[in-house]
Each structure stands twice: as structure tokens, then as C-alpha cells.
Design a protein. Structure first.
Length: 314
């Protein structure tokens, strides 16, 4: 079973407005509500690809109950830990002449709340996989990612970490199956500007030396790079298409790589499916369907090359 962990999920309230006038009453012409959060996005994309998962993390209050309702309505199993005296954050996204976002802060998570989440890991088996994604909520716990990774490592459970900064650094010693930084996150980690594919591969290689088995680097319109568990460097360009919405495309890539490893067992196919999932999702509203992904995959799998290719330069 695949488990996805979203520590600070959200209700995303999307409003479409023809024009926004500051300081005046504005009315939207359309509203939509989604369950937001990187791990939830991974579960949705996995489900679209035909793989079941269990979504977990923290939820709170009336918005937390709605979050659970939305997740379950998408045919995804869930085991969210409910936090008392708070509510799951609401992220307001206003689409108009320009796009404006206001993200909520989220609930406060106590040590007792966090221990209840850790207890969810105790029943996992050695062939299970945990995907931990996204930001952390306010909490008494100093490093949630480190604590989760340690708990999984002791039990011999494989995990993927899609996070940034100190959270990413802290899990490397537990040998994650895969980590997925992007170019900007690599620059933050190593404190310098990256100007070439060679530098991306070099930085990804450093993460492997520090403990990551596989390192997938998303590069937007340039595609992705993958340093595999056997040290091979693979590159994959991105297909062309009209960008509609990039929110969740990185999470779709994580789901695609996971599905590729499970279904095909080969790094080249996993990288190609990852890029196809990310690109197909960027070309549509929401996360792509399996049909949309596979249409791109047939082209993308021929774009995977070994080593550094000057055609993929930044």
C-alpha cells in the first residue's frame, strides 16, 4: 500500500473575477472548492493512474471534515488525524486580470497529535511505501520530517520526501527512496545560483552522497533530471503544450515516478512517466487523467537520454 502524508492540508477556495478593484466590493463569477495539499495531490494522481493509496496527515474543525469529504468523494481512502480547537486552513485563490493568493496558516499540532500520526505508521509492512510532502504546521514538535523518517527507517519502511530546506536535509541520513527538489530548491540548499544542467546534476549527486537513493529534479519547461540509485544520470525534455495551471504539477511528477517504478521497474520509464504526468497536469485544469498522461508518455519516453545533453541546457 502507498501512504501519502500531508501535514498541513487545505481547502482551496478558487474565485474567478473579471476585475478586482481595491477597496471596493467585488463579486466573483464562479467559485470552486478543492482539497489542497501536496500529498493529497499525489494520491489523486496515483488514483488517476490506477494505483490506490491511503491519504493521511492532520485535519481540524469544519474545514477538516469537508477536506475528508472531498478526499473520500475522489475514491481515495483516508486516515487523517483530527486536531482539536482549530480548523484546517483555507487558501483563497482569486483569478482575474492578475492572480492573487492568500494562504491560511493552519492548526497548531501538539506533541500528542503528532504521536497519534506516528502511531499510524506502526501497522505498516515492509512492502509499503510512504510519500511525505509539503510544509509543516505550527507545532511543539521541532522537526516532524526527521521524526517521521526515523520511525519509518527503524521499521524498514521505504519513503519518499518532497520537501525543502532543513526538512529535506534532515531526512537524507535515513536514505529516502527518492527526493524531488526543483532548481530553486537546490539553489537554496547549496547557496549558489545554478546556470547549467551540469550543475544541477552535480547538486543532485551531492544529495545522493548524503543519503538519497534517487534524486528527481524538476526543471519546468526544461523537463527533469534523475540521478538513479546506481549513480546513472538521466535527462528528459518536456513536451510542448499550452500551460494552463502548474499548481500540483510537481506532485503529479512524484506520483508518476512512483507509478513508473511500480509498474515498469525501470528508471527510464519512471522518469518519462513522471515528466508526462507533470506536463499533462500543467496543460489542463486540475490533475491530468490517465488518458491525457499516456498520450504524452508515448512521446516523452523517446526524450530520455543518459548523461548531460547540451540540448537540455538551461
Amino acid at each position: 500500500m502507498i501512504y501519502t502524508v500531508t501535514l498541513n492540508p487545505s481547502i482551496d477556495y478558487v474565485m474567478e473575477c473579471e476585475k478586482i478593484e481595491e477597496g471596493k466590493l467585488n463579486r466573483s463569477k464562479n467559485e470552486k472548492i478543492f482539497a489542497g495539499g501536496k500529498g493529497i495531490n499525489v494520491s489523486v494522481m496515483l488514483n488517476n493512474l490506477g494505483l490506490k493509496s491511503m491519504a493521511t496527515g492532520f485535519a481540524a474543525g469544519f474545514t477538516g471534515r469537508e477536506l475528508v469529504n472531498i478526499v473520500e468523494s475522489q475514491n481515495i481512502r483516508q486516515s487523517f488525524v483530527f486536531v482539536e480547537n482549530s480548523f484546517t486552513r483555507i487558501n483563497v485563490k482569486i483569478k482575474g486580470e492578475i492572480e492573487t493568493e492568500i494562504n491560511g496558516e493552519g492548526p497548531f499540532v501538539s506533541k500528542e497529535d503528532f504521536n497519534r500520526l506516528l502511531e499510524c505508521f506502526d501497522g505498516l509492512k515492509s512492502d509499503d511505501l510512504v510519500i511525505m510532502s509539503g510544509s509543516v504546521p505550527k507545532s511543539e514538535v521541532e522537526n516532524m520530517y526527521d521524526a517521521m523518517a526515523e520511525r519509518l527507517c527503524v521499521k524498514g519502511i521505504r519513503f519518499i520526501a518532497d520537501t525543502t530546506g532543513e526538512n529535506l536535509k534532515s531526512v537524507l541520513k535515513y536514505r529516502p527512496l527518492m527526493v524531488k527538489p526543483n532548481k530553486a530548491e537546490l539553489e537554496e540548499l547549496f547557496n549558489y545560483e545554478i546556470n547549467s544542467i551540469e550543475e544541477i546534476i552535480s547538486c543532485a549527486g551531492k544529495l545522493k552522497v548524503l543519503g538519497a537513493e534517487n534524486v528527481l529534479v524538476s526543471m519546468g519547461e526544461k523537463g527533469a533530471a534523475l540521478i538513479t540509485s546506481d549513480g546513472e544520470a538521466l535527462l528528459c525534455g518536456a513536451p510542448k503544450g499550452k500551460k494552463v495551471n502548474t499548481v500540483g504539477s510537481g506532485d503529479a511528477m512524484v506520483a508518476g515516478w512512483t507509478a513508473g517504478i511500480i509498474n515498469y521497474g525501470k528508471n527510464t520509464e519512471a522518469l518519462a512517466l513522471s515528466v508526462a504526468c507533470g506536463s499533462a497536469s500543467a496543460f489542463c485544469e486540475g490533475l491530468a487523467s490517465k488518458e491525457q498522461v499516456m498520450t504524452l508518455y508515448n512521446d516523452v519516453k523517446n526524450m530520455v537520454v543518459k548523461g548531460v545533453d547540451e540540448k537540455c541546457g538551461l
